[in-house]
Design a protein around this ligand. Sequence first.
Ligand SMILES: NC(=O)c1ccc[n+]([C@@H]2O[C@H](COP(=O)([O-])OP(=O)(O)OC[C@H]3O[C@@H](n4cnc5c(N)ncnc54)[C@H](OP(=O)(O)O)[C@@H]3O)[C@@H](O)[C@H]2O)c1
Length: 321
Amino acid sequence: MFAVYAAAPNADSPLDSLTVGERPAPEAPEGWVTVDVTAASLNMHDVWTLRGVGIKPDQFPMILGCDGAGTLPDGTEVVLHSIIGDPAWKGDETLDPRRTLLTEKHQGAFAAQVVVPARNAIPKPAGLTPAQAAVMGTAWLTAYRMLFVKSGLRPGQTMLVQGASGGVSTALVQLGRAAGMRVWVTGRTEEKRALAERLGAHATYPSGERLPERVDAVFETVGEATWSHSMRALKPGGVVVVSGSTSGPHPDADLQRLFFLQLRVIGSTMGTRDELADLLAFVANAGIQPEIGLELPMAKAADGFRAMLDGETAGKIVFTQ
Ligand SMILES: NC(=O)c1ccc[n+]([C@@H]2O[C@H](COP(=O)([O-])OP(=O)(O)OC[C@H]3O[C@@H](n4cnc5c(N)ncnc54)[C@H](OP(=O)(O)O)[C@@H]3O)[C@@H](O)[C@H]2O)c1
């Protein structure tokens, strides 16, 4: 079967491990379904996998792609929910200590076919193209949970998104705008800030620039490079919701500001199956067109990985068959 996979972990040169070739077709265990993949999207998680982060060495070779969409044998179009947990687990799957994401233990979606538990294949709303559906399960779901489940933000309040062009960032901007937030964004270049404005940001600022006023909530995936700005940007009692640390995981904690202004720091990871179903309904009901910056045939996946590693994102990067 055609597949894009990580041959072995490579911490220093992740792209050297990226292989386009053939892997055995997957077999669906009982209770699982085989999905013919129509489109799959790239996440920073795939780069971490190539580097060997979050995956045991004996799991290689591993087909990449924790985000995708496709069709079931009966023709139903589906979106993949990537969290595979213990079937006995009850409640929020993101808290299941035994959970894995596709590509951590089970083979991923950058392939002709992928197998997932039946509950992880969610019907695709008619309004979404396969490419748009393929971005929902990881970056968009993470943004949805950060904004609607974790932040406590109400429509009308002001949110700051650190990073303008990334997958999670662009999803936050589009979701926040549709939900009636005042959306502010930082971006590293004029081009990236222009993208955020086109997607609905009310105002954009160069990374690290002082804001005209403090905000109710900050959405962080960048980490060290933006953390101190995030802390300075918050109103007393404000909240920073964190789901990533692309530029480094050890920022200056700024504890005095944290306790004196009674700030809150909340971690967020992925989202539940029900949250993904709600996200799909929200995107369809609100008529949101998820931003896709680059669409490539899967065989050219290396070009997409390179763009992400070089910081040349402009919305999600999608691979099609
Ligand atoms: N916890 C979870 O469940 C979860 C889920 C999805 C993603 N994540 C994590 O979230 C992070 C983002 O993922 P992604 O897929 O959205 O990645 P991406 O598409 O590559 O986006 C990277 C973003 O980070 C910003 N950025 C990177 N380095 C920066 C720096 N030095 N200064 C300022 N901004 C910088 C970029 O801003 P510009 O637009 O200004 O270039 C861009 O918006 C990753 O670390 C990923 O692992 C976590």
